[in-house]
Design a protein around this ligand. Structure first.
Ligand code: 13P
Length: 242
């Protein structure tokens, strides 16, 4: 699967142009999902446009709020995402973890809620540079994976996004990605006792120069792309050629 995470970028005009180009040029492969996560305020608009193209581009939200926090001014709950046709939701992105300070309890509740509402979570985990340098990567990942209970493992996509690789232009080396993905898959297998339905995607400075090497690894089940997904041609090329 190839996922575009637009973060806090875009406008109605940019989204429309992107969908026009992507839906014209993309060669959708049923076994490789194409998921577009625009800013929350454009989800409904985006959903209407992607459904019109009949290309099978799926709608994903960059976030929603846990019902544990209700009442919450400005909040968006899972029912609202279902209402506008969202099939995926990003949970635990490091940019949210840093700024919103979500606990494992909140994240676990979000995972449960999304799954109950039939929205597939894209659950992000990853270590900071400081943690990597201190050799804490695996401990951090184990702690973050604690939010994911065994019955959710095959209903989620896990995204490994090393924080130091996000938006820095410095992607992780393929050998490192393979080592960590293999570790994550092992942890997930231990929770679930089976490899069925386990997907681990990579995110962090994926671009036209590095996507091929990363995606071609059998340890990598997809790509979660930030900056490089904003350009419709770049995103389409990555999708079509990966
Ligand atoms: P970049 O591709 O811009 O590094 O962002 C990665 C990311 O955070 C996707 O969720």
């Amino acid at each position: 699967m190839i996922i575009a995470n637009w973060k806090m970028n875009g406008s109605k005009e940019l989204i429309k142009n992107w969908i026009d180009v992507v839906s014209r040029d993309i060669e959708i492969n049923e076994t490789k999902e194409c998921i577009f996560c625009p800013p929350t305020c454009y989800l409904d608009f985006t959903g209407t446009l992607v459904r019109k193209t009949s290309k099978g581009i799926k709608l994903g939200s960059q976030q929603f709020d846990s019902e544990l926090l209700a009442p919450l001014t400005g909040g968006i709950n899972s029912q609202m995402l279902v209402d506008i046709g969202c099939e995926f939701v990003i949970i635990g992105h490091s940019e949210q973890r840093i700024h919103v300070d979500e606990s494992n309890q909140i994240l676990s509740n979000k995972l449960k809620t999304a799954i109950e509402m039939n929205i597939k979570p894209i659950f992000c985990i990853g270590e900071s540079l400081h943690q990597k340098k201190a050799n804490q990567t695996k401990d951090i990942l184990i702690d973050q994976l604690d939010a994911l209970t065994s019955s959710f493992v095959d209903k989620c996509i896990v995204a490994y996004e090393p924080v130091w690789a996000i938006g820095t232009g410095e992607n992780a080396e393929i050998s490192y990605i393979e080592e960590i993905h293999s570790f994550i898959k092992e942890e997930l297998r231990n929770k679930k006792n089976s490899t069925n339905g386990i997907s681990v995607v990579y995110g962090g400075s994926v671009n036209l120069d590095n996507y091929k090497e990363i995606y071609s690894s059998n340890m990598v089940d997809g790509l979660l792309i930030g900056g490089a997904s904003l350009d419709s041609d770049t995103f389409t090329k990555i999708y079509n050629m990966s």
